[in-house]
Design a protein around this ligand. Sequence first.
Ligand SMILES: NC(=O)c1ccc[n+]([C@@H]2O[C@H](COP(=O)([O-])OP(=O)(O)OC[C@H]3O[C@@H](n4cnc5c(N)ncnc54)[C@H](O)[C@@H]3O)[C@@H](O)[C@H]2O)c1
Length: 303
Amino acid sequence: MIKSCVIGLSKIGQIHCNNLKKIKNTSLNFVYDKNLTLRNKTAKKFKCQTSKNFEEILKNKEIKLFIIASPTTTHEYYLNKLIQYKKMIYCEKPISLNASKINSLVKRIKSNRIKICIGLNRRFSDAYIRMKKLIKNKKVKIIQIISRSSNANVQQSVRNGGLFMDKGFHFFDLACWFANSLPNKIITIANPLSTREFLKNNDYSDAVINMKLKNKVIVEYIFSRSSRLGHEERIRLFGNSFKIDSDRFFKKSIIYKNFDIKHKESYFKCLKKFTSLNKNLLFNEGIQTQKICDEVLRSARIN
Ligand SMILES: NC(=O)c1ccc[n+]([C@@H]2O[C@H](COP(=O)([O-])OP(=O)(O)OC[C@H]3O[C@@H](n4cnc5c(N)ncnc54)[C@H](O)[C@@H]3O)[C@@H](O)[C@H]2O)c1
């Protein structure tokens, strides 16, 4: 049994708590959040322990797996602590906000032989797995990805790394996964499309990104922090004689629902796979995607 602790207990942390209870070889033993009311309420809900002192949980040798589901601004702090205590880590995407620190973090993770997974759970979404199977022997030429969210909160976006790291991370990874390639050219237009509220906070609300991948696949992204319909997430794959539209693979009633409903099973499957493996999961892909986010941001700033 892998005894575990979840750090950060808002929507995403609660999903992980539920899943740790469901997976056969894991147990949820501790939860931690800087918010006292939330951590006590969550400990009661999941019948597990909590502590006001994170170090106390860290020093408990029985607790092997920690899930980092706190804001991205805190990831680097928790990663460093967990590496020091040689814990097994499931880190929500993105890894860190600070691009310049990524290399040294990665070095420490490798040299300490830490078992780690980066939460690129969209790869485990039933719809996207079916799409990936459909293109097995086909040549995809163009990928279009639209992600628009409703009720977006500028502070939450900033805490989680801004439009490209927070929203873009899954989609940059998915495009590379569908195309089996990596970008070699990126053009981002964001400033003229974005609202003042986001720009004042050094973030963007809207962007159009074009990427050319090394294998010549073209990827077009439309990102927005507003949407009248609800949450829109749509991926279309085009080839010479085919078009595959992700909307086909979701029930009509959930097409405009939030990620936690549309891709509910993907969190469970990703965590389950990680806990059953004897090695890292999606670590190199996470590092690669982090680099893509930085390039997209660089392009947004110069265009
Ligand atoms: N995989 C996905 O699809 C997905 C979806 C949403 C968010 N995320 C990621 O999950 C992480 C959390 O995102 P969120 O939107 O839930 O964040 P959030 O800003 O809502 O905060 C999450 C929780 O962390 C707590 N917290 C804040 N600072 C803390 C600290 N220093 N120590 C412990 N707890 C602290 C807050 O009280 C809150 O309960 C981010 O990294 C985000 O990018 C991933």
